[in-house]
Design a protein around this ligand. Sequence first.
Ligand SMILES: Cc1ncc(COP(=O)(O)O)c(C=O)c1O
Length: 312
Amino acid sequence: MPLGTGPSPVRRIEPHELWIKDDSRYGDRYGGNKVRKLEWSLADLLRRRCGVVVTGGGTGSHHAVAVARYAADTGIQAHVVAVEQPYDAHVGEQLAAVRAAGATMHRVDTVAGAYATAGRLLVGAALRGRRPGLLPVGGSNTHGCLGFVEAALELAEQVSAGELPPPRRVVVAVGSGGTAAGLILGLALAGLDSEVVGILVNDRTRVGPAQVRRLAGATARLLRRHGAPVPDPVPLAPFDLRREWLGPGYGKPSGASVEAAGWLREHAGLVADPVYTAKAAAAIRDLREERDASGPTLYWHTAPGAIAGGNR
Ligand SMILES: Cc1ncc(COP(=O)(O)O)c(C=O)c1O
């Protein structure tokens, strides 16, 4: 179900061996990585004739805004279970955007409380005769991951067309892990020899490299079930999950992330969100200094950008 227009642009940041793939305007109603996931996961909910979707995230979740907007277009009623995170202007904007899109918001204090609330909402919808569907935090289920398998194939075409050299490493923010899982599968299937360096920004739920690889494996099985010639065992790109840029925790800026957001704006004209991409931007600057950091680096910019008609 197309919601965005690809390929998203890639460009070089001179004089570095740094390229940016900019997903900020992928999608008419909202940009960023969540739109690519919803192209597949919303289509799956429609195929299953769901009338209600229950999803969750922090109160500042981009995924929640994307679900609220795109589900409204399909007629699926969205419930967002939002776990409190440190309040700032960004969080305020996200909460307002979810409400403005017509989704029902359920604010809770803990992750355990979120699971309990989601369970109640799913059962309640079923009892009222509206088939419910669950989208996990961040939209990171196997259908969502297909969006980033497709995105990796899109990147490989841009490499073939000479828009950028084959990246030695692809750097991306990791929250719930679905973006990285789709990329490690998709890059390997596309025959690109890149490593994925995930920058962990989430310490609220457990996300580790094994979990990301398992999700990639499950996505490969989904593809096989639909007849795609995916080898078994599946090849996955090398994956390194780095925690050094998490700072004081999920949703809390660090000195480095604030500074890096300014650097990204100045050098690439891109607005980093404080929770995810500002920390990934901090990482790309530091990674350049590391031993064995030679070769082209691709930073995948996953934050929603301003869109025509406003972002709220
Ligand atoms: C802007 C942004 N970048 C990156 C991520 C991380 O993606 P994922 O949850 O697939 O790891 C998210 C969401 O969690 C996000 O909102």
